[in-house]
Design a protein around this ligand. Structure first.
Ligand code: G16
Length: 544
């Protein structure tokens, strides 16, 4: 066995963002860039010798190369077993599922999620702990600290492992187990949802659906579950073959980037239900016939209907949403008498709440919804949850959402993204807002009076850890809000996110166009933050 210890020098830019380290592929291709970060992960961990590591990614360009390097480094660093998805594939929720089922020490997931792939696209890497969830901040901080001083890494000199053949292979003193990436996840879904009832709906001839995998990782999962197990006709899954560059697309399931699906669902003779997922399978977008369900509403609807789904029939302990997510779910929680937690953006913040059984369902405005079944958000899980509800209620998506608004009121909600703007100017905008915000309380803007304004800080109720500077919130006395944050997942310049929300209890006013309903608040956001001036943009790049 030939373990080599090689000299290296640190890179200064390996600070993990909202969800791991994401950079252009060309950055990861620099000599030792990947090796440094992987060794920094291992150096930040303790007592993993002889233990199991789970490894897989969304199949984007550079996935296979990175997997061979990580396998050899894991073996050289003393892991006993590495479970890797066949072809190097594991969707992010499937990786979380395998970590939990196999009681692994942790896992490494290779993905830049919704960011484009290919030689000119992005790549990413993140570490998940034994609960199956993204490493908490204290772990990502130690990985970053280590990356700043690293001087050697360990790697086994060995031939590449055949990733396309299921089975066990010896790699130095470690065993590499190539596993079916789809089956463990499918079984988990079967244990949560009423597959018989969903199958009845999908084969009834009265219900049509269309699922867009955007040439990303969910293709094989969606085909196996929706077409093969649940009997939907072949061709239900669009763009189902994963490609290293996602077919040149932007695998982000929103109204702008999932245009193939949007055309179908808003076209003539549209199906009853449409859904899309992102690069690594953790995000989802839900559409009815010519009807878009906002992710915030989706979380609220799933919570209100959870008793209809076998896996959640026993009740919901509580719910959580990220701070910029609309407060629609808060109203469901209040009526149900369960706790509702507000966390910073980033799925890692839900981990402690889920582990401590304080919450069962959680979600984010950024097209992420999930539950305690894994510790990642889960795109196909959300699709199956919706299908289960539709099968039981025999109503359309639009009817279900409208009756939800009638019961709880409607939270008009939108996010405006200014992508790839000048990073310094974006930081100046945020710094200026940080200075202004303590003085805004009581100020009047048209009919709106500022109730509170702060830079969101979160104290984790389980371990008391504190996360500061999580976004500027400006709340008005009628419950409306505007929130400003800089994205932690972009790789070019900075992305400014503006989140706008207003609450309308009166059901006779639930038919307004969202942008029109929010126009006064959007104008106030511009007045306070001077977005055009700082971003040099007349309009957002993406509106969701
Ligand atoms: C990641 C995180 C999410 C977060 C999203 C957007 O999602 O896991 O929790 O909401 O990024 O983050 P930001 O606003 O900082 O760009 P994903 O799907 O990219 O892993």
């Amino acid at each position: 066995m030939n373990i080599r210890t090689l000299q290296t020098t640190p890179f200064t830019d390996q600070k993990p963002g909202t969800s791991g380290l994401r950079k252009p592929v060309t950055v990861f291709q620099k000599p030792n860039y990947l090796e440094n970060f992987v060794q920094s992960i291992f150096d930040a961990l303790e007592s993993y010798k002889g233990q199991t590591l789970v490894l897989g990614g969304d199949g984007r360009y550079y996935n296979r190369t990175a997997i061979q390097t990580i396998l050899k480094m894991a073996a050289a660093n003393g892991f006993g077993r590495v479970k890797v998805g066949r072809g190097g594939i594991l969707s992010t929720p499937a990786a979380s599922c395998v970590i939990r089922q196999s009681q692994a020490f942790g896992g490494i997931i290779l993905s830049a999620s919704h960011n484009p792939g290919g030689p000119e696209g992005d790549f990413g890497i993140k570490y998940n702990t034994s609960n199956g969830g993204p490493a908490p901040e204290k772990v990502t901080e130690s990985i970053y600290d280590r990356s700043k001083v690293i001087d050697t890494y360990h790697i086994l000199e060995a031939p590449d492992v055949d990733l396309d053949k299921l089975g066990e292979f010896q790699l130095g003193s470690a065993v590499v187990e190539v596993i079916d990436p789809v089956e463990p996840y499918t079984q988990l879904m079967e244990s949560l949802f009423d597959f018989d009832r969903i199958r009845e709906l999908l084969t009834s001839g009265k219900f049509r659906l269309c699922v867009d995998s955007m040439h990303a990782v969910t293709g094989p999962y969606a085909k196996a579950i929706i077409e093969e197990r649940l009997g939907a006709p072949a061709g239900t899954v669009l763009n189902g073959i994963p490609l290293e560059d996602f077919g040149g697309g932007h695998p982000d399931p929103n109204l702008v980037y999932a245009h193939d699906l949007v055309e179908v669902l808003y076209g003539t003779d549209a199906p009853d239900f449409g859904a899309a997922s992102d690069g690594d399978g953790d995000r989802n977008m839900i559409l009815g016939q010519r009807f878009f369900v906002t992710p915030s509403d989706s979380l609220a609807v799933l919570t209100a209907n959870a008793h209809l789904v076998p896996g959640y029939r026993q009740g919901i302990a509580g719910v959580a949403r990220s701070m910029p997510t609309s407060a629609a779910v808060d109203r469901v929680a209040a009526q149900a008498g369960i706790d509702c937690y507000e966390t910073p953006t980033g799925w890692k913040f839900f981990g402690n709440l889920l582990d401590a059984d304080k919450v069962t369902l959680c979600g984010e405005e950024s097209f992420g919804t999930g539950s305690n079944h894994v510790r990642e958000k889960d795109g196909l899980w959300a699709v199956l949850f919706w299908l289960n509800i539709l099968a039981v209620r025999s109503e359309s998506v639009e009817q279900i959402v409208r009756s939800h608004w009638q019961t709880y009121g409607r939270n008009y909600y939108s996010r405006h993204d200014y992508e790839g703007v000048d990073a310094d100017r974006a930081s100046e905008l945020m710094a200026r807002l940080g200075q202004l915000s303590p003085e805004l309380k009581g100020k009047q803007y048209g009919q709106y009076e500022v109730d509170y304004s702060d830079n969101f800080s979160y104290t984790d109720p389980v371990d008391d850890s504190v996360s500061k500077n999580q976004g500027i919130r400006i709340g008005f006395t009628d419950g409306s809000r505007i929130v400003f944050r800089l994205s932690g997942t972009g790789t070019q310049g900075a992305t400014l996110r503006l989140y706008v929300e207003s609450y309308e209890p009166d059901s006779s006013k639930h038919d307004q166009d969202t942008q029109e309903a929010l126009a006064p608040l959007i104008a106030i956001a511009e007045e306070i933050a001077q977005i055009r001036n700082f971003t040099q943009r007349e309009a957002p790049t993406v509106i969701t």
